[in-house]
Structure formats: C-alpha cells, structure tokens
Ligand binder design. Structure first.
Ligand code: HEC
Length: 138
C-alpha cells in the first residue's frame, strides 16, 4: 500500500515538473483551421501580419486583449467591440462588427491561431469555452 502511494506521488511530481518545462501542445489542426478562418473573416481589417491599420483597426500584436483574459477575448468575437481602446500608444474607436455567425470551433480555432501567431504565445482556446460564453448571451 505504502509503495503504491509513493509511486503515485512520484508520477504526479514528474508530471508537474514536465508541465512547467514543456508548454501544452496546441490541439491538432487548430492552427491550420484557425488561419483559414482568420484569412476569411479577420484579415481584411487586422491584416495578414496582425499589424492592423493605424488608428483604425487595432493590431493583434502585443495586445493584452489577445494574450490576456480569454473570456473577454471570446466575447469580442461573439459580440464585436465598440469602445475606445489603447494599444501600443495609439487609440482606436472604430467599432468592430460581431462575428457570432462563426461556430464555436471556428472561434476557438481563430483565437488559438491569433494567440500563437504574430509573435504571441498563449494557451489554446477550446470550443467548450466559446459555447459557455455564447450561452450567457441568450
Ligand atoms: C470590419 C473590420 C474588422 C473585422 C472583420 C474584425 N475586426 Fe477585430 N477589431 C476591429 C476594430 C475596429 C477593433 C477595435 C474596436 C473598438 O475599439 O471598439 C477590433 C478589435 C479587435 C480585438 C481587440 C483589440 C486588439 O487589437 O487586440 C481583437 C482581439 C479582435 N478585434 C479580433 C478579431 C478577430 C479574431 C476577427 C475575425 C474573427 C476580427 N477581429 C474581425 C475591426 C475588425
């Protein structure tokens, strides 16, 4: 009994150590699918390299909105955004139209894509997280 507990403890310790050393891999295929969604629905405004259009469409590079709180990020895509925001010293106040017509997986994929492109490095977003936010809107 004692040795089993010891073994379980050891396995847990190794797992915790590994999760610090190696970042979680992104879900298979999500980057490729997310890139397609981005090119179809976001690129025209935010540009291919995520640099945006100064004082009109904000960049997705070094943006706290992209790398920060995932609930806020999901809701920007679901509901659009219409408030004055500041990124990299520039202010933006053009409204962004809601993209809630995209399904949960498309939104999860495109957000995983922008969180891991343009020099960003962030945890992936799961369709379940998107669905949870979508349900709150009803
Ligand atoms: C018609 C142009 C347009 C489209 C299409 C568009 N956006 Fe935006 N986006 C904007 C504008 C303008 C803002 C700033 C809104 C504000 O200041 O209220 C913004 C803000 C954002 C922000 C928060 C600020 C930042 O730069 O980090 C994110 C994240 C974002 N958009 C992601 C997306 C994603 C992902 C898509 C595609 C699913 C998309 N946008 C489609 C114009 C657009």
């Amino acid at each position: 009994m004692k040795s089993i507990k010891l073994l379980v403890g050891l396995v847990l310790m190794v797992e915790i150590l590994f999760s610090f050393t190696y970042p979680q891999p992104l879900p298979k295929g999500s980057m490729a699918r997310g890139k397609k969604v981005y090119e179809t629905y976001c690129l025209a405004c935010h540009q291919a390299d995520g640099s945006g259009v100064q004082r009109m469409n904000p960049p997705l590079i070094r943006s706290e909105y992209v790398s920060g709180d995932t609930k806020r990020l999901i809701n920007i895509v679901l509901q659009g955004l219409n408030e004055e925001i500041e990124i990299d010293g520039d202010t933006y106040s053009t409204p962004m139209p809601a993209q809630g017509h995209l399904n949960d997986r498309e939104i999860a994929d495109v957000l995983t894509y922008i969180r891991n492109s343009f020099g960003n490095k962030g945890k992936s977003i799961d369709p379940v997280q998107v669905n949870t936010e979508r349900k709150k809107l009803k």
